[in-house]
Design a protein around this ligand. Structure first.
Ligand SMILES: [Zn+2]
Length: 321
């Protein structure tokens, strides 16, 4: 009897050892302008849920349109707001075009936007908040796409797509629609008058992946009380993608305050630095990114283009950082 038990125990130990390492991690791959670097225009990240769902966040100008070979399968596109460096008013002709300092953005994406072109090509869903969904639905319809692929997640609600729960949260920013997306006589008149179209407020996102990881993607934002009351209080985000560029969004010290005192995640990925943040994959001393790293009390991960990082349910980077 005892011998059988020992044999069973040995078999169990053996099975445990040969089982694959826990694969329930979320993969994050930056799609910046230049491989291995963090460059001024870089915003785009691909999140891959352990179940295989792939989410493109703010394609911006560094994703070389829908034909960018780095995209692969894309199930969901997220756009925090309509500014050209996030939705993609223009984009590079191919990855690594131009220099890190001055990436190529010579391909216009008017009047559709790069985000819409990617959604059409990949037959993806586009999930946005406030009034942006109506804009994207209309663009899909006029391009023979499916307008129902533009899905609304307004503040306080959430939608689940591909096993990932997606909510929007406030971002203190602006969100005027460039008349270039409107076109025609109206677009011309608006451009001449210097006014933008209304598409609601800018947003950030909360993603809850199937392994339990909750991530907060700040988008362009200032400091908000919601970062404490909602992002931490309600959603308890463990990983944050934080915009640090200054001038247009929180700068490095303000962003560090958001991380240290308001959101308090376990790890943060710096984003939207609007500078040559790395050379040879190393953070440039004295850069905004350097200042942010020194001011933050938790691990700061640098989004080096093409380098995949893996995060566990607690927001800990377990590979690629
Ligand atoms: Zn913006």
């Amino acid at each position: 009897m005892k011998k059988n038990f020992m044999r069973w125990l040995a078999a169990l130990a053996c099975a445990a050892m040969s089982a694959p390492a826990a694969a329930a991690n979320v993969k994050v791959t930056p799609l910046g302008s230049h491989d291995g670097e963090f460059c001024p225009q870089d915003r785009a990240l691909v999140f891959e849920d352990p179940n295989g769902t792939r989410i493109l966040y703010d394609p911006g100008r560094t994703v070389a349109g829908p034909q960018d070979p780095r995209l692969g399968k894309i199930d969901i596109v997220l756009v925090t707001h309509m500014h050209g460096d996030h939705v993609g008013n223009a984009h590079s002709k191919a990855p690594n075009s131009g220099t890190c300092d001055k990436p190529d953005t010579s391909v216009s994406a008017f009047p559709n936007s790069s985000a819409v072109n990617i959604v059409l090509e990949k037959k993806a869903k586009i999930i946005t908040g406030t009034e942006m969904q109506a804009f994207f639905a209309a663009k899909l319809r006029t391009n023979n796409g499916n307008h129902a692929d533009a899905i609304l997640a307004r503040f306080g609600g959430s939608v689940t797509s591909g096993g990932v729960r997606i909510a929007t949260v406030t971002a203190m920013h602006s969100n005027g629609l460039d008349p270039g997306y409107i076109g025609g006589e109206l677009g011309k008149a608006m451009a001449a008058a210097g006014i933008a179209g209304y598409v609601g407020e800018a947003t950030g996102y909360i993603l809850r992946f199937s392994n339990g990881l909750v991530a907060y993607l700040s988008g362009d934002t200032g400091i908000t009380a919601d970062q404490e009351k909602v992002v931490r209080g309600q959603y308890n985000a463990k990983l944050t993608v934080m915009n640090i560029g200054d001038g247009f969004t929180t700068g490095p010290t303000e962003a560090a305050y958001v991380i240290n005192e308001l959101v308090k995640p376990n790890a943060v990925i710096a984003s939207h630095a609007n500078e040559v943040a790395t050379r040879g994959g190393k953070v440039v001393p004295g850069s905004k990114t350097d200042t942010f790293m020194k001011a933050v009390k938790i691990p700061v991960h640098i989004p080096l283009s093409g380098k995949t990082m893996e995060f566990d349910a607690g927001g800990k980077c377990v590979a690629g950082c």
